[in-house]
Design a protein around this ligand. Structure first.
Ligand code: DX5
Ligand code: ZN
Length: 227
């Protein structure tokens, strides 16, 4: 599967995905529509189970509700201990792509990727700031997206970890040299300033929670992150 679900990337522009985690959940419909009108390319959907990370968000029911409202793809980020049991359910709830954490499972990553592909959806793999690319090297050829965390997952509003920038560049170089198709998504602490570093290193899908949903003007925040 190619990247055509995010057309901006084919034209050489970074795609920006506001993270729903920072939205005002009392006004979810208005928030989803507002970021789309402001130019969001996708919605980043943060799912936490209170076990893989010390926070709980929501399950497939809410994803399904967001999918009914959204006209942009849902790119789901599972921060859960048992993605093998849940990935396809979140895909069927309306995610265009589901990412799960490499660190959540000891083995059987390929099976989860295959199950997502079997369900006709795209598959992504997320890695924490301290997981080297080398550890997931054997999986890269099968992925539609590689999600590089620039904070430790669990909460919005944390500071960008600049030490991950070389890993973004490494993922971009490897993609070019090996001909991999994965999109490079970067998540955590992204604002107009850190976005410039991410884009410069080869980040293609930029996630921003606080910097979009907590800004007074979603359109200028998204434009500034896109650069
Ligand atoms: C962290 C989440 C991120 C986070 C981004 O656990 O995966 O998507 O919500 O929020 P900001 O942009 O505020 O760091
Ligand atoms: Zn996320």
């Amino acid at each position: 599967m190619n990247s055509s679900f995010l057309p901006s990337i084919e034209t050489g522009r970074a795609a920006v995905g506001p993270s729903i985690l920072s939205a005002d959940f009392t006004r979810l419909e208005a928030e989803v529509r507002a970021v789309e009108e402001a130019g969001a390319d996708f919605h980043h959907i943060d799912v936490m189970d209170g076990h893989f990370v010390p926070n709980i968000t929501f399950g497939p029911m809410i994803v399904e509700a967001i999918a009914r409202l959204a006209t942009r793809p849902l790119v789901t980020h599972l921060m859960i201990s048992d993605p093998g049991a849940w990935a396809v359910k979140f895909a069927e709830a309306g995610s265009a792509l589901v990412s799960f954490h490499f660190e959540a499972v000891g083995e059987g990553h390929e099976k989860i990727v295959d199950a997502l592909h079997g369900a006709g959806r795209r598959a992504g793999l997320a890695i924490n700031p301290d997981t080297p690319l080398e550890r997931v090297r054997h999986l890269l050829g099968s992925l539609d997206l590689l999600l590089l965390m620039t904070v430790f997952p669990g909460f919005g509003g944390q500071s960008f970890m600049g030490e991950v920038v070389p890993k973004i560049a490494e993922a971009a170089a490897l993609k070019r040299s090996a001909g991999y198709r994965y999109l490079i998504e970067v998540d955590g602490g992204i604002n107009p300033r850190t976005a410039e570093l991410v884009r410069g290193a080869g980040g293609e899908c930029l996630v921003a929670g606080t910097a979009v949903y907590r800004s007074p003007d979603y359109a200028s925040a998204i434009a500034a992150i896109r650069g």
